[in-house]
Design a protein around this ligand. Structure first.
Ligand SMILES: [Zn+2]
Length: 95
């Protein structure tokens, strides 16, 4: 069954507030780099780029030349990729 863009965005953590609201995490309040995903959603990315070998397929985000973030599941586009803040945020204590 094909997921809707909405379901996919939720699953990937592309739930950032859209501009002009501030690029902060609604859960922990951290400010992160916000990028459009190309499906009408926005995602907060962690600032550090990681070697793709350390990041499971499906969690590898790349920033394209037009400034969009793409969760690419095919062959690695670069040696480094980014991860969604949501993925890290889930491990942080709330409040
Ligand atoms: Zn957070």
């Amino acid at each position: 069954m094909r997921r809707t863009d909405e379901e996919q965005a939720l699953e990937e953590g592309a739930t950032a507030l859209p501009p002009p609201l501030p690029p902060v995490c609604p859960r922990c309040g951290a400010e992160r780099e916000r990028r459009p995903t190309g499906t009408g959603h926005y995602i907060l990315l962690e600032p550090e780029a990681l070697p793709v070998a350390l990041v499971p397929v499906g969690h590898r985000w790349y920033v394209t030349s037009d400034g969009c973030a793409v969760n690419w599941t095919g062959e690695a586009l670069a040696a480094l990729c980014r991860i969604a803040h949501r993925r890290v945020c889930d491990d942080l204590p709330s409040g």
